[in-house]
Ligand binder design. Structure first.
Ligand SMILES: Cc1cc2nc3c(=O)[nH]c(=O)nc-3n(C[C@H](O)[C@H](O)[C@H](O)COP(=O)(O)OP(=O)(O)OC[C@H]3O[C@@H](n4cnc5c(N)ncnc54)[C@H](O)[C@@H]3O)c2cc1C
Length: 279
């Protein structure tokens, strides 16, 4: 089924039959003839190469607001032989969360982005559609001495990031994001909602690094917060090759793993755009 094809009424009915929310699934489903379809599709495309007219488009987009919308999407796409692409922050470098050669629907997680921080037991539940920046902000609202080890870019989505590993400025001290996840809620291929106890340790291990979309739709994650100092010092040094950048990169490799774990040094290699002569 291409994006331009007529959607069978039986598919629409199937989605409705399997949804048990006060908000109907049809109100969060965008067909190509809907005026919001293109805006919704484009809003989380972070790689503009995949925004061209020739990029394959989803038959329709569902932006669930309730777990039963996820279950209905999984069950009905299976019946109607449509692939599912799951998108959280849309930062996949290859557009894997919103492009497919086969007919597909897009499950867009942006409505499922709630974050609940519990400082008493130093944990938080975060839904996959939240961004890392939102997560950091909600933790900081509750406590200046707690944080979570994850990526540097605030617009990266929790869904893709936590299911892929997640490294950032605190990785020397606390490891990857996945080292600090203690539970998750997943909708599996049969539409069942599973948590860590019911999914078992093998699946729980796989979704923390194996890429979530291979195993199901991850609705939310329970994370352990980590201790951070109230004041953190950050500095940045920029050097060109002429100023000895090569030596710095060379030396860094000998000290990076030996310095104190509270110190994280990141090297970013960037091209310098030469100014035209006379400018
Ligand atoms: C500008 C930029 C900066 C980055 N910085 C860092 C960094 O500092 N550290 C780091 O470790 N990585 C970084 N990354 C890589 C980033 O963590 C991965 O690309 C990550 O997969 C993006 O997650 P997302 O939810 O934004 O992407 P998406 O494109 O939405 O998803 C990525 C993959 O995860 C799957 N997926 C998404 N949500 C779900 C879900 N709910 N259930 C199941 N599967 C799901 C998608 O189907 C897709 O296969 C960066 C990427 C970019 C583009």
């Amino acid at each position: 089924m291409a994006a331009s094809d007529v959607i069978p009424e039986s598919l629409v009915q199937c989605l409705s039959d399997h949804s048990q929310s006060s908000q109907s699934i049809s109100s969060v489903t965008y067909f190509p003839n809907n005026s919001s379809y293109t805006t919704v599709l484009h809003s989380y495309i972070r790689n503009l190469r995949f925004m061209s007219p020739t990029t394959p488009k989803p038959s329709f987009i569902i932006a669930p607001t309730h777990v039963s919308h996820l279950q209905a999407s999984v069950i009905c796409s299976k019946i109607h032989e449509l692939e599912i692409r799951i998108r959280s922050g849309g930062h996949d470098y290859d557009g894997l969360s919103y492009v497919s050669a086969a007919p597909f629907i897009l499950l867009d997680m942006f409505n499922l982005r709630s974050i609940s921080v519990n400082i008493d037991d130093q944990t938080a539940w975060v839904e996959s559609g939240a961004t890392l920046g939102e997560l950091y902000y909600r933790i900081a609202e509750k406590s200046k001495i707690h944080g979570f080890p994850a990526g540097v870019c605030p617009t990266v989505g929790v869904g893709g990031h936590l299911s892929g590993g997640g490294y950032g400025n605190m990785m020397r001290k606390y490891g990857l994001s996945v080292d600090n996840i203690i539970d998750a809620q997943v909708v599996d291929v049969s539409g069942r909602v599973l948590d860590r106890a019911s999914m078992g340790e093998d699946l729980f291990w796989a979704i923390r690094g194996g890429g979530g979309a291979s195993f199901g739709v991850i609705l939310s994650w329970k994370i352990m917060l980590v201790a951070v100092p109230e004041i953190v010092t950050v500095f940045r040094v920029e050097k060109t090759i002429e100023q000895g950048a090569t030596d710095i990169v060379h030396q860094w490799q000998y000290v990076a793993d030996k310095i104190h774990e509270d110190l994280f040094i990141r090297i970013v290699v960037l091209p310098v755009i030469e100014r035209a002569i006379g400018q």
